[in-house]
Design a protein around this ligand. Structure first.
Ligand SMILES: C[S@@+](CC[C@H](N)C(=O)[O-])C[C@H]1O[C@@H](n2cnc3c(N)ncnc32)[C@H](O)[C@@H]1O
Length: 310
């Protein structure tokens, strides 16, 4: 019996070559199996594998401690933790976030006994991330390590070695939406910083996408072949114009050579309890209460899609 590519292998299921071996004449030694043993994608059991494979995640929200950090656009460490358990096995330990913020990905990696590496432009956020990573947790028995660089993500390829990262879990600035008035929930304007190198301060959308592409070109270089890059984003509306940011990020990533593997909806409806009828009564507008988790993979073989730096 063989396993289909989409089904988890059960540890109790006999492999095809074992059945074949039993059919050999007793006196002869078995022919060597030309198929290398199948590498596990991760260490999930079948139950967790099935639960996480459902395309809408509605069970992840920030903890009270995370909300108290007051970062304008962080995701819960639990989100990164789930992605790390899905997209790494026990031998894949280096997890990187080029837009580390207050370090949710790094905290998650550390809790899982991995090596978390982050780059964050804003020194105050980077310091907060370092503080979070030194706090004792319930998970101290399998503590990993954490390194946060206060730097520009455009310099990723000079900070990390080529193909030294097993997984990327990140969320870039959503263009400069933090600079605009929040009509959906009236939240106060809070930007990441006022520096020019902050991608969240680029006024022109196309220029913003170009800079994002430059960052992800560096990410491509430092990621192992076959490694995954998960990017959490939300679409954007500015007055009458809709910007399908998740599609534009997908285009940017594919132009670099990444394979667009899939996407998951992160359902955040339970966090939005102050919705109002946007556009009412003249034009119907959608209240966005979800984010996209875009899943990209660097091809295994260099020649299958080319390289970001070709
Ligand atoms: C969406 S937030 C990431 C939050 C993070 N996922 C967390 O949970 O804390 C984007 C982050 O990118 C940072 N940033 C903006 N431009 C950057 C750049 N050029 N290099 C590195 N970080 C940058 C911002 O300061 C902000 O913290």
């Amino acid at each position: 019996m063989t396993h289909s590519a989409d089904q988890p292998a059960s540890p109790h299921t006999p492999e095809a070559h074992q059945d074949t071996w039993l059919e050999q004449p007793e006196a002869e030694s078995p022919a060597p199996d030309p198929t290398p043993p199948r590498r596990r994608a991760n260490d999930l059991d079948g139950k967790a594998w099935t639960r996480y494979s459902i395309s809408i995640w509605s069970d992840i929200e920030k903890t009270a401690e995370e909300r108290a950090l007051k970062h304008p656009a962080m995701f819960p460490a639990a989100l990164a933790e789930r992605l790390i358990t899905i997209f790494t096995n026990r031998s894949q330990v280096v997890v990187f976030d080029p837009f580390a913020g207050v370090g949710s990905t790094i905290v998650a990696a550390q809790r899982l006994g991995k090596h978390g590496i982050g780059i964050e432009l804003n020194p105050a956020f980077a310091e907060l991330a370092r503080t979070r990573c030194t706090q004792p947790t319930l998970f101290t028995d399998q503590q990993g390590t954490a390194t946060i660089h206060t730097a520009n993500a455009l310099h990723t390829a000079t900070i990390l070695a080529a193909q030294s990262v097993d997984l990327v879990v990140t969320s870039p600035p959503y263009w400069n939406i933090l600079n605009q008035k929040r009509t959906a929930d009236y939240k106060a304007i809070r930007t990441y910083s006022d520096t020019d190198t902050d991608l969240g301060n680029i006024a022109d959308y196309d220029e913003f996408l170009q800079q994002l592409q430059r960052v992800f070109a560096g990410v491509y270089d430092v990621l192992q072949r076959g490694g995954y890059c998960c990017v959490v984003v939300m679409d954007i509306r500015r007055k009458h114009r809709f910007y399908p940011f998740h599609s534009d990020v997908a285009d940017v990533m594919q132009a670099l050579g990444f394979i667009y593997d899939d996407l998951i909806i992160w359902d955040r409806r339970h966090e939005y309890n102050n919705m109002r009828p946007l556009g009412y009564p003249s034009v119907f507008r959608v209240n966005k209460a979800h984010e996209f988790i875009l899943i990209f993979q660097k091809p295994h073989a260099e020649d299958s899609h080319g390289s970001a730096t070709d």
